[in-house]
Structure formats: C-alpha cells, structure tokens
Design a protein around this ligand. Structure first.
Ligand code: NDP
Length: 247
C-alpha cells in the first residue's frame, strides 16, 4: 500500500471482483493506497484473487441480490478497517436472447443482479457514508443501457435503470458530501464478452472509432478517478468508457 496514491488510506468495497473489470478495479484502487474488500458470489475465487493482490485486501462471499450479505460486507469493512469510503457496484451477468426467446427468468435474473443488487449496495453504503459526511459510490452501467442492444432487453433495461438510480441517489446524498456516479463501459475484453460469438465480437469492434475493444484496467481508471478527490465536484455523472462508441 502506498501513502501517496489517489485513494491512500481509504477503504473500498468492490462487488463481483473475483475476475474481469471488478478485479481490475480492486487492483487499481489497491495500487493507489486503498484497503479493499473484494467480494464475489464465489467466496473461494474472491479469496484467491484477494491473496494475489496482497496486504490490505480481504475477501468475502457476497451475492449482491442478498440483502443480508450486502449488509454484512459493509459491516465487515467498517469493523475491519474503521470506515467505508468507496463502494463500487460492479457485479453483473448477461442472459441474452431476443424477445421471442427470452424467458421471464432471464429477465428477472438480470434485473435482480444489476438493478436490485446495485440498489442494495447504494443503500447499504449510504447508510454508513451519510453519517460520516463523506463517500464515493460508483455504479457500473453499460453503453447497452444508453443505446439498447439487440438481444439484451433485460440487460439494457437494467443498465439504463442504474443511471436513473445513480442520479436519484446522487440528489439525495449530495448535501452529505456523498457522491454517486456511474461508468458506462463499451466492449471490454472479459469472460462476459468472451462468451460472445467471435463474428459478433468482431463486428462490434469494427464499429468502435478507436477500432479495438477496451481492457478492464481502462474501465478501472475511470472508477479510480470517480472514487478519488480528483472528482470532488462530480455527482450524478455518467462517464462513458467506450473508445468513442455511441457518443
Ligand atoms: P465478468 O463475468 O468477467 O465478472 C463479473 C463478476 O460478477 C463474476 O465474478 C461473477 O461471478 C460476479 N457475479 C455475478 N453475479 C453476481 C452476484 N449475484 N453477486 C455477486 N457477484 C456476482 O464480467 P465483466 O467483468 O465483464 O463485468 C463487470 C461489470 O461490467 C458488469 O456489471 C457488466 O455488466 C459490466 N460491463 C461489462 C462490459 C464488457 O464488455 N465486459 C461492458 C459494459 C458493462 P460468476 O462468474 O460466478 O457469474
């Protein structure tokens, strides 16, 4: 841990952080001096990832759709590190299908993880940050929530919903110096997008002005900015990290 990083001495929680974008966020926050509580629904995977990051990182199993589990994560951060300064709602899933083929269960599962999960995280984090008079909450939305993606009526709805939730919470918490912002990544190279058919991935990539998919650490950079005091006068903002896609 460095004493000079952008979030030195802060305590951060990241959900869905055993891999992909969440892991990159946890790593970058830690590199910039934060103590990190790395959570994922698979506790074993979270523990392995935390161990690889080193001192000042603890792991906890947390399914973000479980109200008690989310509350336990916040309690853990406060008990172990004495504060909660940053909360990143990152956990996510996809269950893509066109309307004709999508089952109600696919809609509900995606809305549950993204929208209910983010709401539970925002509410639990705010309960600690509000009385402390400081904090930064960062919600991971998606450009799919801005544009709507074919085959993603569930995911696009949930990711657009996260924007509304972010702005409403930002208004409620602004006077307490708790900031709430969102990031909308475009096409990022992770397990989630590795599941896409290669021709679909290539077509999406060709559509990006920067002509390439992004890497998880490039999303993490925007999250670090929003978590840190560099963004001290920003709340209710949505940062697009998409290589120029869908400007
Ligand atoms: P990954 O699938 O690589 O990682 C997501 C992590 O979240 C996994 O470890 C997953 O566990 C975990 N997770 C899923 N459901 C839950 C849950 N209920 N509770 C706790 N953890 C859970 O995805 P990405 O890193 O690509 O995605 C991270 C975030 O970024 C998501 O919100 C995603 O929607 C968003 N995003 C991603 C983009 C991309 O192109 N990759 C673009 C735009 C947004 P498990 O493996 O067990 O499912």
């Amino acid at each position: 841990m460095s004493g000079t990083g952008l979030v030195a001495g802060r305590t951060a929680v990241v959900t869905g952080a055993a891999q992909g974008i969440g892991l990159a966020i946890a790593r970058l926050l830690h590199e910039h001096g934060a103590r990190v509580v790395l959570t994922d629904r698979d506790g074993g995977q979270a523990a392995e990832a935390a161990k690889a990051l080193g001192d000042g990182v603890s792991a906890l199993a947390c399914d973000v759709t479980d109200e008690d589990a989310v509350a336990a994560v916040v309690a853990h951060a406060v008990d172990r590190y004495g504060a909660l300064d940053v909360f990143v709602n990152n956990a996510g899933i996809t269950r893509d299908a066109t309307l004709g083929k999508m089952a109600l269960a696919d809609f509900e599962a995606v809305v549950d993880v993204h929208l209910k999960g983010t709401w539970l995280g925002v509410r639990a984090a705010a309960a600690v940050m509000r009385p402390a008079g400081a904090g930064s909450i960062v919600n991971i939305s998606s450009l799919s929530g801005k544009s709507g993606n074919f085959g993603q009526t569930n995911y696009s709805a949930a990711k657009a919903g996260i924007v509304g939730l972010t702005k409403a919470a930002a208004k409620e918490l602004a006077s307490r110096n708790v900031r709430v912002n969102a990031v909308q990544p475009g096409l990022i190279r992770t397990a989630m997008t590795a599941a896409m058919p290669p021709d679909v991935f290539a077509a999406r990539e060709a559509d990006i002005p920067m002509r390439r998919a992004g890497e998880p650490h490039e999303v993490a950079g925007a999250v670090l900015f929003l978590a840190s005091d560099l963004s001290s006068y920003m709340t209710g903002a949505v940062l697009e990290v998409g290589g120029g896609r869908l400007m």
